[in-house]
Design a binder for this molecule. Structure first.
Ligand SMILES: [Zn+2]
Length: 512
């Protein structure tokens, strides 16, 4: 019999026929009936809980196809230095001072989410700025992008970074032009820092994960893809423990860091291993052009991709700059050509700059794009000010990706921006920055397309479309109830829509 019935709802099942329905019944964690209000009396047994949804809109639970769970959790434990919380370097100093006063003398002080463009000073803080806030405790201040960070003088010396330190491959140590002294700003140096900085304590991490769990469920997110490039077997086992403890409920598709494939093969964890709560996803490869040159160089990239492809894995390449996206597209299509494989579903993560000649390279090869529409909302102003005008039309495209058959799926890249799909939907449909200014409006999605990017396309990008992404009988009962219909309200009002209830595996896991 059915355990739970949600009736009197405006159900957007996202099936091909686009038909709406009014009622969804659930049994044993799966959708067991989709139909009309009048079916209620027929379906309701003595032990069925029936909830009147009062006409609210019911959609498949949102899928965040690219985020970083542990980094998001730990960012929630750091001092908030995001544009929502600080306006100037002085504000950052005040936040860090507060963090330092609460921390034991040997503990690192963490700040997260700063974005220099939105600071009054319009520059990155330096080690000397941070020294003023905390001279005697090491400080690590992370940039919103996750690709830059600032250390204070003590942290630099603990990390062994001096004027004589050479850059690790792909990394940049910013230096004072006159003296050659490191200014504290480090680019693409996360791997390096992971080796020198102690991880967050277990209790603190657990607390961060609980908060991340609450945050995601309150946004209606029921599945996430963790795209962290350093994901190892050890971390997979940590995720297993986290899932067993039940402190983090959204289903996790765990990407494998390219350097760690062997560990998984040796542990006999085959391609797509795991279960509905935690499963293995693509192999993550990072390709950057931050320092001007491609890292890894094209030759090495090609060998890496070919090897991963030959081993039968799905590949996910981080590529932001047009140069990197082009190289990623080329490497993938050459690998597919060399070793043909049906249904590989190789993904390009971000695909931020995609001018026409690059899009042509991606088209027709069954590649997928995983994009971040909410960046337009949170960073649109910055793109308009800093990205060369000729590149702006090709930034975070969406409409063209859909037309080119790249089935764009949407994500937050949290902690880069908060994992709120409704802001992403809003930005995908309106192309508006927080201030209301427009970024390439010709790339706008229809509300239905944008909804698919946050549900079905995300499921497809992880080979899970038979289990997730639409409201259909037999699928996992992962649902979000909204107090507005994103396909009916004026686009400017999509961001005001609130999640009222989140259902995961047939359980009500969050309610407003
Ligand atoms: Zn990412």
């Amino acid at each position: 019999m059915h355990n739970l019935i949600l009736y009197n709802a405006n159900v957007i099942p996202l099936r091909d026929d686009n038909a709406r329905t009014e009622l969804v019944a659930i049994s044993n964690g799966r959708i067991s009936w989709v139909g009309e209000k009048s079916d209620l009396s027929l379906l309701k047994g003595p032990n069925t809980r029936a909830i009147d949804c009062q006409g609210y809109t019911l959609v498949p639970g949102f899928i965040d196809a690219h985020c970083h769970v542990l980094a998001y959790a730990s960012s929630l434990m750091a001092m908030d230095c995001s544009p929502a919380a600080v306006r100037s370097i002085e504000d950052i100093q005040a936040a860090l001072r507060k963090g330092a006063s609460a921390a034991p003398i040997d503990q690192w002080v963490r700040g997260a989410g700063y974005n220099e463009f939105y600071l009054e000073e319009r520059r990155h803080p330096t080690r000397w700025d941070l020294d003023k806030a905390s001279p005697d405790r090491p400080v690590r201040l992370s940039h919103r992008s996750g690709h830059a960070l600032v250390l204070n003088s003590l942290a630099l010396s603990l990390a062994g970074i001096t004027s004589k330190t050479e850059e690790p491959p792909g990394g940049v140590i910013e230096r004072d032009i006159q003296t050659g002294e490191p200014t504290g700003l480090l680019l693409e140096m996360n791997d390096y820092m992971e080796r020198v900085m102690p991880p967050l304590g277990e209790a603190q991490m657990a607390e961060g994960l609980r908060e991340a769990n609450r945050g995601l469920l309150s946004f209606g997110v029921t599945s996430v893809h963790d795209a962290t490039p350093s994901n190892s077997l050890e971390r997979w086992l940590a995720f297993r423990r986290i899932k067993e403890e039940g402190i983090f409920l959204p289903r996790v598709t765990f990407m494998i860091g390219a350097k760690h494939i062997q560990e998984f093969l040796e542990a006999d964890l085959a391609v797509k291993g795991g279960d509905e709560k935690l499963s293995l996803g693509a192999v993550k490869v990072v390709l950057t052009a931050t320092s001007g040159a491609l890292n890894p160089p094209e030759d090495e990239l090609w060998h890496t991709i070919l090897r991963i492809h030959e081993q039968g894995f799905q590949v996910a390449i981080h590529a932001v700059e047009a140069q990197a996206v082009l190289a990623a597209g080329k490497a993938l299509s050459q690998a597919i050509q060399r070793v043909p494989r049906r249904d590989h579903r190789h993904r390009i993560e971000h695909c931020s700059e995609c001018p026409p000649e690059v899009l042509r390279e991606l088209k027709g090869k069954a590649l997928l794009v995983v994009t971040q529409p909410a960046f337009i909302y949170h960073s649109g102003e910055r793109y308009l000010a800093e990205v060369p005008q000729e590149m702006q039309p090709w930034l975070y495209r969406m409409g063209s990706f859909a037309k080119a058959g790249l089935a764009p799926s949407a994500s937050s890249d949290a902690p880069v921006v908060p994992p709120n799909p409704l802001l992403g939907l809003y930005a995908a449909v309106t192309r508006m920055a927080e201030t209301g200014r427009l970024l390439s409006p010709e790339e706008a999605s229809s509300p239905l397309e944008a909804l698919k990017a946050y549900t079905l396309n995300g499921a497809y990008a992880a080979f899970q479309e038979k289990e997730r992404g639409t409201v259909e009988v037999g699928k996992l009962a992962d649902l979000a109830l909204l107090d507005g219909d994103p396909t009916m309200v004026e686009p400017e009002h999509i961001r005001d829509i609130r999640v009222m209830m989140t259902v995961l595996g047939g359980e009500i896991v969050w309610q407003r």
